[in-house]
Ligand binder design. Structure first.
Ligand SMILES: NC(=O)c1ccc[n+]([C@@H]2O[C@H](COP(=O)([O-])OP(=O)(O)OC[C@H]3O[C@@H](n4cnc5c(N)ncnc54)[C@H](O)[C@@H]3O)[C@@H](O)[C@H]2O)c1
Length: 383
């Protein structure tokens, strides 16, 4: 971080001294010497050696172990993230940098932040830092940054696949084949073309826009709702119509795709009441975050047919417990959290993490779009 930023933070902390607790910025400037860096990733076990580019797992360790250790840093990698005796807890007290990933989220609570006296930097290998208590991180003066843009194509492609899987009623047909059955009617009575359907995305940032661009050749009626309207040129190029009022857009949609971050405003956005106002039989794709939906309301609506199909890769919490209702609801095409962790995406977010660590060691700024918490402030869409 530039000196200017540190001074600004310090001034903010002093100005806040009116009885409210000041923001005590720790300053993102790696002091010389060895740093303790902890990474929490999913474990690959027997799959680890199947692909040399499989860097997103514990065994692959983002491919930065040799580089970090050659500079004298201490790099610990684990998948053990839950409970008071887990591996992560052992290192919380003295780590300087914590690298986490949304695919196997280490929940960085206010309590953990309080214990982490040396912590300066929280890096998200991927996109979406809602597993971190961002307000607590801001109050503690920590920097939170993610590798913005690293897996947007991966997620948009996956969403397109899920839209087609639901529209065509694909999965029950596949299950028939595996179980030795053959029943065309059981599939075709509710299989449709995508052409001519109304598709609305809630959130049209990096992923939402890529999805809209990919949907254009399918000749759908494309709508989007976002905090921010696109500039008219881009809107025309993408061919989607802006809907300022979310609740006016949703009942028009045959297919709804969620593409906003999980924030205080989007948490539980799709509750029982909102779902009841959707078109009967609506298809929903959610690769954004599980907690944007009311879990039980989605399960009930899938059971009643109000939701005709639900697909996504995000759950709350993760890994999803064995008794999570979405595992057992009808008309679903759920998977574990996989869309943003293709091998291509892993290589991009590993490179992004390395770049930010390099800048941190040199005391340089990160690319501005990567910051989620900086100088005691949350990025605008999280406020
Ligand atoms: N499943 C996965 O593997 C995976 C991978 C990457 C990202 N994601 C999720 O997708 C989200 C979006 O990623 P992105 O790269 O497109 O982010 P982005 O920041 O480029 O886009 C988010 C968009 O949502 C809009 N938005 C935010 N809050 C809103 C609100 N309350 N109402 C309306 N619009 C709102 C923003 O204005 C922005 O245009 C991430 O935050 C993450 O949660 C999931």
């Amino acid at each position: 971080m530039a000196l200017k930023g540190i001074v600004k933070s310090a001034i903010q902390a002093l100005v806040a001294g009116n009885g409210a607790s000041p923001v005590l910025c720790r300053g993102l400037h790696a002091s010389p010497g060895s740093k303790k860096i902890v990474g929490v990733f999913y474990k690959a076990n027997e799959y680890a050696s199947k692909n040399p580019n499989f860097v997103g797992c514990v065994e692959g360790a983002l491919g930065i172990r040799d580089w970090l250790e050659s500079q004298g840093h201490h790099y610990i990698v684990t998948d053990d993230k839950e409970g008071p005796d887990c591996e992560l807890e052992k290192h919380i007290k003295d780590l300087h940098v914590l690298i986490t990933t949304p695919f196997h989220p280490a929940y960085v609570t206010a309590e953990r932040i309080k214990k982490a006296k040396n912590l300066q930097l929280l890096l998200t290998a991927g996109i979406g830092s809602d597993h971190i208590d961002l307000k607590a991180a801001a109050e503690a003066g920590l920097t939170v940054a993610e590798v913005t843009g690293s897996n947007t194509v991966s997620v948009a492609e996956d969403e397109l696949m899920r839209i087609l899987i639901l529209t065509r009623n694909f999965l029950p047909g596949h299950h028939q084949v595996i179980s030795g059955d053959w029943n065309v009617a059981a599939i075709s009575y509710r299989a449709y073309d995508l052409q001519g359907k109304t598709v609305g995305t809630v959130g049209a940032g990096r992923i939402g826009r890529l999805l809209l661009q990919r949907l254009k050749p399918f000749d759908c009626n494309l709508l989007y709702h976002d905090r921010i309207k696109m500039d008219p040129e881009l809107e025309t190029q993408i061919g989607a119509k802006f809907e300022e009022d979310l609740d006016a857009m949703l009942p028009k949609c045959d297919i709804i795709v969620i593409n906003t971050p999980l924030t205080e405003k989007t948490k539980g956005l799709f509750d029982k009441d909102r779902i009841s106002k959707l078109k009967k039989g609506v298809l929903i794709v959610n690769n954004a975050r599980g907690a944007i939906m009311d879990t039980q309301a989605v399960a009930d609506a899938c059971a009643s047919g109000q939701i005709g199909g639900y697909s996504g890769d995000v759950w709350h919490p993760q890994p999803a417990p064995k008794d999570h209702p979405w595992r057992y609801m009808p008309n679903q095409a759920m998977t574990p959290h996989i869309s943003g962790t293709t091998i291509d995406a892993q290589l991009r977010y590993a490179a992004g993490v390395k770049d930010m660590l390099e800048r941190y060691f040199k005391g340089e700024e990160f690319p501005p779009q990567n910051y989620i918490v900086k100088d005691g402030e949350l990025a605008s869409q999280y406020r």
